[in-house]
Design a protein around this ligand. Structure first.
Ligand SMILES: Nc1ncnc2c1ncn2[C@@H]1O[C@H](COP(=O)(O)OP(=O)(O)OP(=O)(O)O)[C@@H](O)[C@H]1O
Length: 266
């Protein structure tokens, strides 16, 4: 990739803007039906997902919670097409991920899903702007300057475009990671502990940005978290235990979530 360490080579001004994948109002954005994913064999066999049903429409924000080892990461990975289920079905925008080969999965993910992780996963040698431009370049297209700049402006970092990750606070780095996830306008954002490494003020900022993404842009968010305060920002909390969905609360308070978690962990 030319120019990785230098300035971003932007597309010409009249280049096609990034457009979200077409909406399919007739199908859920994400659907899991009786999803099963096991690891290991024989006596050591673990059913990380044991018949999970989940259906999410455009603009839905679900938090996935549960004790350690309950299957949260496995659910996220299978829903995002980073991992495949052993049985059951997973569809993204109506397209079946089950049995799709790696090339097809990569194509389905591109432009359809975005990712944010606890540890930001920014490229240390690249500026904020270059990090945000990266998914477009990985998709084989030149980024338009205005798409990259507006993604950074959306997270309040227009004035930090030339900063490298080490020159940014944790909260700012996570906002760059959000801008990077959003620049392709994904229909679904998968977030694994997006506020896990942040102080409470930065966490609130990030949760507020996520709220805007589902309310204003109709994007769907699947967020794994251990934090009841973060989960209370979502519309729905799904609780996992031993690979199964054991409860679901709509519009929950942090208090109610914490109480439910405690009851699962004892
Ligand atoms: N690659 C793997 N090989 C073997 N077992 C695995 C693998 N990945 C996950 N598991 C097992 O599957 C179960 C679910 O794991 P998963 O990582 O999805 O849980 P989690 O809820 O995300 O946990 P945590 O909150 O600790 O991150 C666990 O029992 C785990 O040990």
């Amino acid at each position: 990739m030319g120019g990785m360490s230098g300035k971003v080579e932007y597309a010409p001004r009249d280049a096609e803007p990034v457009r979200p994948a077409p909406a399919r109002p007739d199908v859920p954005v994400l659907e899991m039906r009786q999803a099963v994913r096991g690891y290991g064999g024989g006596d050591a066999r673990v059913r990380a997902l044991d018949g999970v049903d989940l259906s999410l429409d455009a603009g839905a924000w679900v938090a996935v919670m549960g004790p350690s080892g309950s299957g949260k990461s496995t659910l996220l990975h299978c829903a995002a097409g980073l991992d495949t289920v052993d049985s059951g079905r997973v569809t993204l925008l109506g397209e079946d991920l089950t049995g799709a080969d790696d090339r097809r999965l990569t194509r389905l993910r591109r432009g359809t899903v975005g990712f944010v992780f606890q540890n930001f996963n920014l490229v240390a040698s690249l500026t904020a702007e270059q990090n945000v431009a990266l998914p477009l370049r990985l998709a084989g297209r030149r980024a338009r300057r205005e798409d990259v700049r507006s993604a950074l402006a959306d997270v309040g970092l227009a004035d930090r475009a030339r900063h490298r990750p080490r020159e940014l606070s944790g909260g700012q780095q996570q906002r760059v990671a959000l801008a990077r996830a959003m620049v392709t306008r994904p229909r679904v954002l998968f977030a694994d502990e997006p506020t896990g490494a942040l102080d409470s003020a930065s966490a609130r900022t990030v949760l507020g940005l996520l709220r805007g993404m589902c309310d204003d842009a109709g994007q769907t968010i699947v967020m794994v978290t251990h934090d009841p305060v973060a989960a209370a920002a979502a519309d729905t909390v799904v609780f996992l235990a031993d690979g199964r969905v054991v409860d679901r609360i709509e519009r929950p308070s942090a208090r109610r979530i914490a109480d439910r978690l405690v009851s699962l962990e004892v």
